[in-house]
Design a protein. Structure first.
Lengths: 611, 50
């Protein structure tokens, strides 16, 4: 038996993964345990969890792999500061002490931290390092169902690379081409996220959600001034407009002057048409680059399968376009495409790439991304008693039929089942569910339950076999990483008057028979639900379909704005009592809000720092 | 520390980036001086130089 622990940490979304003889045993993000969104710290709790899932002490683990190479990153930093000197001195003087004191000695630091798990752990040579983009590429290719594939990774930056192309064949993964820092599609998108007044590294989803409200008025300006995109999709940014290489902000004055507006201050300035048009424009530019890249790769290598990873691969709108353009026969996207997935990729890269272990099972190896903790009935019952929750225990069959009926009566449900998801999406393990047919549901979920901005869309889960009856898609999307339109015959055409409505007002128009999950441009971010990977969620959707004729549910992550997705029974109960959720279901235990002790209701809205 | 230096030299060799070495040495010396100077008699010495 050979076990490998993969770790990603110290930038954002720290995580740990454990693989045993190449099989993914467990993976989890530190934020779920520490309750600090995008927690960048050493993933102490996540490592403890993955070790416990495999029933191992750290000393028994054969190899430990960190997801990037600190020396290489340091080299990039030094050379960047030199290239831009004397600009960037402030950033240089802030970052160098940290590097010279800590980050450069990552191996020793990791060794000391690892000893906290097991004092018998004494072999520093078990610690290895994988390149950032090799980790991403490995996380996209090795668990994919393909024997051979082109692997494209796109993110902010790792060591030097920001975009890489690799070819995977069985257990080989050869890096072919790279685009280097500071030219980065991820950082370009983040620069606009910053400019619109959202938080970098977390507000990118909001920018994507905002895009359909606007028009891509500035697309040509961005393509002409901010970057040079070649016909093959390779690109170079014009650094005259950006400040991230050496400064402490993403964009500079030239950038604001180009668009004739300052950076939006989220505490003062409202989101206006201008911001929506900017969001729409950068989304259009991103799609254009990704489509050019993928078309060129498909022509050059004549391989019919594509794997994607890196933070930009979470841009599900762009992913949906790659699929619809039929550039590749098949696409597979790593569900933890961001840095958290680097822990998984680092471990798999070591197994297949370094140890040369064969790969011969060409099925999706992610287990539905359900790779986190689950809890026994005994534990759930004792926790609920401690929390003074009033609950009933039912059979699985009863749970499906009760919950489906309540959902059809417009009730909102916290759905906590099985193992927690790995990656940013809730996939029916730690989800809030609701009826998509309700016109009011989107607003209600945003304002009363998630406490977030009213413009943000919700995503649907749909039975796999029904997906093409409800959406313009007939493809597996188990990880909610593909966007497609609601089926034409389910759409409701907007009147001329409705079309003239601007921005958020468009939301109030009923756009389809499932309005709660239909975005203003008729699109939806789809999760297909499969009996093999989540039978309980599948049964619930089936029951809901029996009652309503609709095999679709609203599925949003079980948390409020700024809070990491719930992990434990305590987290779930606290979120339930702190929001306007009507029902909480934990495995076969069901709790109704109106039966709970009302003195347990908490002020939850301000508990978490806004994202 | 020795194994760190060995690994770092191997890294510079593999990347053919020995030219980074003088910069690193200066950084390390200044770093050490700043660490040593905290709350000691070396502080005025630094002020005199600059």
């Amino acid at each position: 038996m050979n076990t490998i622990l993969g770790i990603s940490a110290f930038y954002h979304d720290s995580a740990a993964t454990l693989i045993k003889d190449g099989e993914i045993i467990a993976a989890a993000q530190e934020e779920r345990f520490s309750r600090k969104k995008h927690d960048p710290n050493y993933p102490y709790n996540a490592i403890n969890y993955v070790l416990s899932e495999a029933n191992l002490n750290l000393n028994e683990v054969d190899h430990i792999v960190f997801f990037e190479k600190p020396f290489l990153k340091f080299e990039r930093l030094l050379e960047t500061y030199l290239a831009f000197a004397p600009r960037g001195f402030k950033s240089f003087s802030l970052s160098m002490p940290i590097w010279l004191r800590e980050k450069l000695f990552q191996k020793k630091f990791l060794f000391d931290q690892l000893k906290r798990h097991d004092k018998n752990f004494d072999d520093i040579n078990k610690i290895n390092f994988s390149e950032h983009h090799l980790s991403h590429a490995a996380s996209a290719f090795y668990p994919s169902p393909f024997e051979q594939a082109v692997v494209l990774t796109l993110d902010g930056v790792g060591e030097w690379a920001t975009t890489t192309l690799a070819i995977g064949k069985k257990n080989n993964l050869d890096m072919i081409k790279e685009i280097h820092f500071p030219h980065s599609l991820g950082l370009l998108y983040s620069a606009f996220t910053y400019y619109i007044g959202f938080k970098v590294n977390s507000g990118e989803y909001k920018l994507m959600g905002l895009a359909p409200y606007g028009k891509p008025k500035y697309k040509e300006l961005i393509l002409n001034k901010l970057l040079d995109v070649k016909s093959d999709g390779s690109f170079k940014l014009n650094m005259k407009y950006f400040n991230y290489a050496t400064g402490l902000t993403m964009t500079n004055k030239n950038f604001s002057n180009l668009f004739d507006q300052p950076v939006r201050n989220p505490s003062k300035d409202l989101l206006k048409e201008f911001h929506m048009d900017i969001a729409s424009s950068i989304q259009a530019v991103t799609e254009e680059i990704i489509l050019r890249l993928t078309k060129n790769i498909a022509n050059e290598y004549k391989i019919k399968n594509l794997c994607l990873a890196g933070g930009v691969a979470l841009n599900c709108v762009a992913n949906g376009k790659i699929l619809r353009e039929n550039i590749f026969d098949n696409i597979w996207i790593q569900p933890a495409a961001g840095d958290a997935g680097g822990s998984l990729g680092a471990a798999l890269a070591y197994w297949h790439h370094e140890l040369k272990k064969p790969r011969d099972n060409f099925k999706d190896q992610m287990k539905g991304a359900y790779l986190g903790p689950k809890f026994s009935d005994k534990h759930i019952e004792s926790q609920l008693n401690k929390l003074k929750g009033k609950y009933n225990k039912k059979t699985s069959k009863e749970i499906s039929s009760i919950v489906a009926k309540e959902l059809s009566n417009n009730k909102t449900v916290g759905w906590f089942q099985g193992r927690m998801e790995f990656g940013p999406r809730a996939l029916g393990g730690r989800s809030i569910l609701a009826d998509p047919r309700s016109e009011k549901m989107q607003k209600e979920l945003n304002l009363k339950i998630k406490f977030r901005e009213s413009f943000r869309p919700f995503a649907p889960s749909v039975l796999r076999e029904d997906v093409n009856n409800w959406f313009e898609l007939n493809y597996d999307s188990p990880y909610m990483l593909l966007v497609s339109d609601v089926k034409k015959d389910k759409q409701i055409a907007m009147s001329e008057k409705d079309k003239k409505l601007f921005g958020i007002d468009k939301l109030n128009v009923k756009r389809s028979s499932i309005p709660a999950i239909t975005h203003v441009d008729y699109s939806a971010r789809i999760q297909t639900v499969h009996k093999e990977t989540n039978p309980k969620y599948y049964d619930l959707l089936n029951e809901f379909k029996k009652i309503t004729g609709c095999p679709v549910l609203v599925n949003t992550s079980f948390n409020v704005r700024g809070e990491p997705i719930v992990c434990s029974i305590d987290d779930a109960f606290n979120c339930f009592m702190g929001t306007n959720l009507d029902i909480l279901v934990i495995e076969n235990f069901i709790l109704f809000k109106n039966e709970q002790d009302q003195s347990l209701i908490k002020d939850y809205k301000n508990k978490f720092e806004l994202d | 520390m020795l194994s760190f230096l060995k690994e770092f030299f191997e890294f510079l060799g593999a990347r053919k980036k020995y030219w980074l070495l003088p910069i690193l040495i200066v950084l390390a010396l200044f770093g050490a001086l700043i660490v040593l100077s905290q709350g000691t008699a070396i502080a005025p010495f630094i002020y005199t130089i600059f």
